[in-house]
Design a protein around this ligand. Sequence first.
Ligand code: AMP
Ligand code: ZN
Length: 507
Amino acid sequence: MIRLYDTRQRKKVEFQPVEEGKVRMYVCGPTVYNRIHIGNARTFISFDTIRRYLTWRGFEVTFVQNVTDVDDKIIKRANEEGREAAEVAAEYTAAFIDDMRAAGVLDPDVRPKATEEIDTMIALVQKLVDGGHAYAVEGDVYFDVRSFPGYGGLSGRDIDEMESGHRELRAEGTGVAERKHDPLDFALWKAAKPGEPSWDSPWGAGRPGWHIECSAMSDKYLGLPFDIHGGGADLVFPHHENERAQSEAACGCTFANYWMHSGMLQVNSEKMSKSLGNFLLLFEVLDSTRPEALRMLMLQTHYRSPLDFSIERLHEADAALIRIENAVKNLTWLGATATAEAASALDTVSLRALAADAREDFIGTMDDDFNAPAALGAVFSLVGDANSAASTATGDGAAGSLAIEDAEALIAVRDTIVDLMAVLGITISTAAEDETDYPTEVIPLAAEVAGYGGSDAAEAIEALLEERARARAEKDYARSDVIRDGLADLGFIIEDTPQGARVSYQG
Ligand code: AMP
Ligand code: ZN
């Protein structure tokens, strides 16, 4: 059973999809007027992890995310740069898709663009007008919040309190538009202003408001009610409150059954945002850091909690990931050293049980509101178990090579670690060494010292190690040192273990 925190009910509840075995989810996408920053990325990575986990748990997930490609900010940027708004939006839509893929976020099943769905939005606005939930004033159309009794129910706000706040503002003369019937009413459709992109509508030329976009697209691509509506916590009010009011007023049904919101990524306890200027763009961060390290950092904090970002924490996350990767590499290497003659040195039954326990803990914590930091804890605990089993198998008094059954148990543990990390969206290589990085200079070295005649770097290393073992067996230490030094010059380190020589490339 999966439990999740529902913003509307303000508590953790059991997740029951509308349709058995299926999850339909909608996560608000970006407004494309700039490259996204790592705060935006946090929200998208959080929901990507939730989506991946639900899929792994056997749900057929349909994931929809819009692109807001018409908006004041896009128009402003276009005017500043003397370009068409559509050109600016197209540029940053493409950049957004690139950034998401570079960060390891899966593509949504549907990625509708606002400008390609104008008719769908006009139809929804018309329905609200016809139903008495919206009214037109000189080419604008506003939603009448007083016509929807549940207004404020998502964000837990009281409509009368909000209203009096607005009345005070008005008294101070800060200019709440008088054309609205009520200061809380919000625009569904905005009359065209000169020089702005616009479309024909029953109320004259204009463009859609922001909130109506998600209401129209989620209905079109998922149907109502759908299961999970997500976004950053800063969208709860007014964006999600307004989406909900429009959709529920129009259909007379529930809009989304569960509302999930991710916490803000902060710098020095302040929200990362474009307006505060304290942002780091995702693509710039990924120029100097691998995406897996950034995701690791995101996973180390629960998706609902604020996440304090710093470069030091990013490096620590990378180091934590390297601990897992080293354990996996080591297990792969050990697994390959098994021989049929060797006697077992490990309690393989207990070792396999530890892997099964870790998997169960992982599921238990992720089922409980997607607690990724606790799930990572289960993986790290298994990494610790694996490292101690590996040192038992190779330590003092251990036989020269591993028994087949020990190797198989170690590989089973390794595969559990790799599988669970993959569920969280992090791929860990199971290669003992990344041979693709090997410098090709080892080939002439192997040709010269070991008579190697091929052209493969990994084979060349093999040949050199065999030649070195032969030299050592013959007590020709001068020759074995030549090989070691030659390899060291190219960045390879040789370690002699009871299981034989192990080479690692340090780059
Ligand atoms: P926007 O383009 O501003 O609408 O933002 C796109 C998404 O990023 C929304 O889901 C926001 O809630 C989210 N977001 C914006 N700033 C942050 C932040 N500092 N931390 C986490 N999510 C954020
Ligand atoms: Zn939205």
